[in-house]
Design a protein around this ligand. Sequence first.
Ligand SMILES: [Zn+2]
Ligand SMILES: [Zn+2]
Length: 446
Amino acid sequence: MQAADRLQDAPARSPASSGATGCTAPAVRSCRECGQAQRLPALTPGAAAHCRRCGALLRHAWADPLALPLALNLACLVLFAAGASTALAVVDAEGRRRAAGLFSGPAALAQNGLWELGALVFATTVAVPPSVASLTVYVLGGLRLRRPPPGLAWAFRLRNRLRPWSMIEVFLVGCFVAFAKLGALVHTEPGPAFFALFGFMVATIAADVVLDPQAVWEAIARRAGANASHFAAPGVPKEAARPARSPGPGLLCCPACDLTCEAPGGPLPGRCPRCAAVLHRRKPDSVARTAALALAALVFYVPANAFPVLTVIRLERGSPSTILGGVWELLAARQWFLALIVFGASVAVPVLKILGLGAMLASVLRRQPAHCLRHATALYRVISAIGRWSMIDIFMEALLSALVQFGGIATVTTDPGALAFAATVVLTILAAESFDPRLMWDAAAR
Ligand SMILES: [Zn+2]
Ligand SMILES: [Zn+2]
């Protein structure tokens, strides 16, 4: 650990002119991905600081880090309201029209007896996306008020935990695949909700890019000093840790707000003085949890592929098809690009995730040279980012089951294999979340 914790300054990349003054204060940061303690310099607007050892993004500074994300999240709420109250798609089969909205997919899945799958689709497309935008507006809007509302730190922590489960962008790709599949069955038109949700997706991505979470935490802490009764700070118990003043061994990185703290001397686990999260040197039981979740994902992946996920009946002909069967049908229809998307999301990504998690767990148990660790940490970043994209197939099936209910002309139902596949996706996302990449660097330093 001595080599790992020696004083280093994080390199900053700045598009601003050299004469620009910093918009952030210098700070000590322990990297969330490799555990390297380093001094973060003052950053000019637009500049980003990366970890010197593993390349992780430590901070991206913006001139006005609160106003633009607030405006974009307000736009998200308006667009989501439009998306939830209008039709997502309208289909026409021999004169009979049928429309589906954002709520139709979960309802159709519940009608098929797959209510657990319906609940997952409801959570990731209907409940979580507006909740994330509302919590962001609550925090950023609250910080602008003279007398801020209570629980800003709690609300921002919850927002950051929910963010990976907001999956509108994945849902839209699922809709795109569903429309292409529908082309062969019935006449399809995207409804106004599709375009509203597309706008929601663009605004969400833009808001994520311009949001500097560190600036939000600093603003919350500043306002807590001015009006202590309104923030988490008074709830912080006596063993609250102290923010680190210089890089050194044994520093703790807050899992919720990234504040780097000195380890408290007492027997109790320390708490972050800024957001009250419990501080641990590393994620507790990370290896055992990750291994158990990855193994469970592997177990569910067998029925996910063996059992059918979708049944398409057209003019009383058709049969249930598996995930690979669906890819094969797209290839047979010469829809190469869609076949590639579905194969990538439903076959390649889950397999690569499970193999990648295995490789990372092996890196914890075996010493690796530094350049391999940089690659392994980059692999962790990729695995954390791509897992949610496997939901494309589930969203596509939900929309098809909601839209195509024309009796003998054309009917689509989702089959129980989809439930096993969704379990695989959720378990791999949870496995990646519980893995602590710093353990790989610890193993190399031993
Ligand atoms: Zn690092
Ligand atoms: Zn914290």
